[in-house]
Design a protein. Structure first.
Length: 502
């Protein structure tokens, strides 16, 4: 037992520090040296592949158990799958870092930084993407530090955090010069953040918007017997919003529990809400269209949203572009048609491909649904492509989500704080409507102007602030591919270089 603890306590400590930094415990500062135990573990000796397999499983398990356990409330199989998937990622990262560590010792810092930035960045792609592990989310309560997002996004935050980790490791190795690097990074980082908070130009606009949080229980939403109660709650909240002059009401994801455009009675109910309170409604709902005869199912189904207006019409439909793996669509259906026969309760929505712009009182806004809030590159497409081939900036962004599945876990909080990051990256105001919470309105500086509590039944509102500035990040957001290339180059060099004998 003692030998086991001796072999793996540093791995466990690193995972524990990373996990604590992610939770709403005001311990985000732990992320600045959370990787130091891992680097010390590698420095002690060169470990065998079998040891790294267990280390990766342990490292991922601790983070799953403390931070991401709530995934199991939706799908226990998915939780196990994510654990094994990220254990694989960590195993590759650990083995590669150790190889470079002992064969290219002068390149240890760029290897460490490039490997873990690549690990985070590549999570944004493929059908198994799940970029919730990014270490930059540990800094959610450090608003000044988050301002650097408008320069380099999440990868820049990771670069700064990982650099500080390596420098603190060097301090433990009695390298006093490392303190100079630590001081320079913190001073420049904080100085830039405070400068942006003080000088970023914002314009207050007269656009009366309210965000609704109806807190409909997950089991009630799709129960036909509960539909009248759900409609009554919507009517009550619309009346309250209208009474204080709000004219655009943002409903959450799938707020209308029916194929709205295919069900005339439900569409009439929505029109009644609009006409009775003289409001426009942006809402989520399921949608379906007839599929070709050779398709495995009769209909294309979509997780959709649109803006419904007082003239009885609606603007373009938005179909969710990025679907939750397995939960919203089984993986790789287009490549393995037999997977259509597997049934784990998933919706099997189709992927949307376009991101329309919605127009309201002289302003325009871009949409996203739920999980898409986690993807910076998606937000760049949404906020800086006007849907007509142009690149005008949206005036604000609307994110709608459900999150009822996560109960009272940390899940809704971890999801919600991403709105701060996306707002700063694009310097755009984000209105987030979450069925059961946490709903919020975040200005272009990342300041939360209004927010709700979990399961609170209410509307929130705040002035709309627009920002004409287009951040540097929006022009260079693909640059992390260069860091991936550095990682690959270092990996190749490590295989061409023999281990140095000390």
């Amino acid at each position: 037992m003692f030998r086991f603890v001796k072999n793996y306590y540093l791995i466990a400590l690193a995972a524990l520090l990373l996990s604590l930094s992610r939770l709403p415990l005001y311990l985000g500062w732990l992320v600045f040296f959370a990787f130091v135990p891992l680097l010390s573990h590698i420095e002690r000796r060169e470990h065998k592949a079998g040891e790294w397999i267990f280390s990766a499983l342990l490292f991922a398990f601790i983070q799953i158990a403390l931070v991401f356990y709530w995934i199991g409330s939706v799908t226990f199989g998915g939780l196990v799958g994510i654990w094994l998937l990220f254990a694989l990622f960590y195993f590759i990262a650990f083995v590669l870092l150790q190889r470079i560590w002992y064969r290219l010792p002068s390149l240890r810092m760029p290897a460490f930084v490039s490997i873990f930035i690549s690990f985070e960045f590549l999570q944004n792609f493929s059908q198994i993407r799940f970029p919730w592990w990014n270490i930059g989310y540990a800094l959610s309560s450090f608003l000044a530090l988050l301002q650097a997002l408008d320069i380099g996004g999440m990868s820049l935050l990771a670069l700064l955090i990982l650099s500080l980790n390596y420098l603190f490791f060097r301090v433990l190795q009695r390298d006093r010069r490392a303190w100079i690097g630590i001081g320079i990074i913190f001073i420049v980082w904080y100085a830039y953040g405070n400068y942006r908070l003080l000088t970023l130009p914002l314009t207050e606009e007269d656009v009366p918007i309210a965000v609704m949080q109806p807190s409909i229980k997950a089991d009630d939403k799709w129960d036909d017997m509960k539909y009248p109660q759900i409609l009554a709650r919507y009517a009550e909240l619309c009346e309250k919003a209208s009474a204080i002059g709000k004219e655009l009401i943002i409903f959450p994801e799938a707020a209308i529990p029916s194929y709205l455009l295919l069900d005339s009675m439900v569409r009439a109910d929505l029109n009644t809400l609009i006409q009775d309170h003289q409001i426009d409604i942006f809402t989520g709902f399921p949608h379906a269209e007839r599929a070709p005869a050779d398709y495995p199912v009769p209909y294309y189904s979509y997780n959709a949203a649109s803006l419904f207006t007082k003239d009885g019409g609606h603007q373009d439909l938005y179909y969710k572009n990025i679907l939750v793996p397995v939960g919203e669509r089984m993986l790789w259906l287009e490549h393995f048609p037999f997977l259509w026969k597997l049934e784990f309760g998933q919706a099997n929505w189709e992927f949307g491909t376009e991101i329309p712009r919605y127009h309201y009182r002289g302003k325009n806004f871009s949409p996203s649904i739920c999980y898409e809030l986690a993807f910076p590159h998606f937000f760049q497409r949404a906020n800086f492509n006007d849907g007509k081939g142009g690149h005008s900036k949206a005036d604000f962004h609307v994110n709608i989500t459900n999150d009822a599945w996560f109960g009272t876990s940390y899940g809704p909080w971890l999801h919600g704080i991403m709105a701060k990051y996306r707002a700063i990256e694009s310097r755009i105001q984000v209105y987030r409507s979450a069925n059961t919470g946490i709903s919020m309105i975040v200005d272009p500086k990342g300041q939360i102007l209004a927010s709700t509590k979990l399961f609170e039944i209410c509307n929130i509102s705040a002035p709309l602030y627009t920002c004409a500035a287009r951040p540097l990040y929006t022009r260079i957001y693909r640059y992390p591919w260069g860091i991936v290339a550095i990682m690959i180059l270092l990996a190749i060099l490590s295989f061409l270089t023999p281990r140095r004998v000390e």
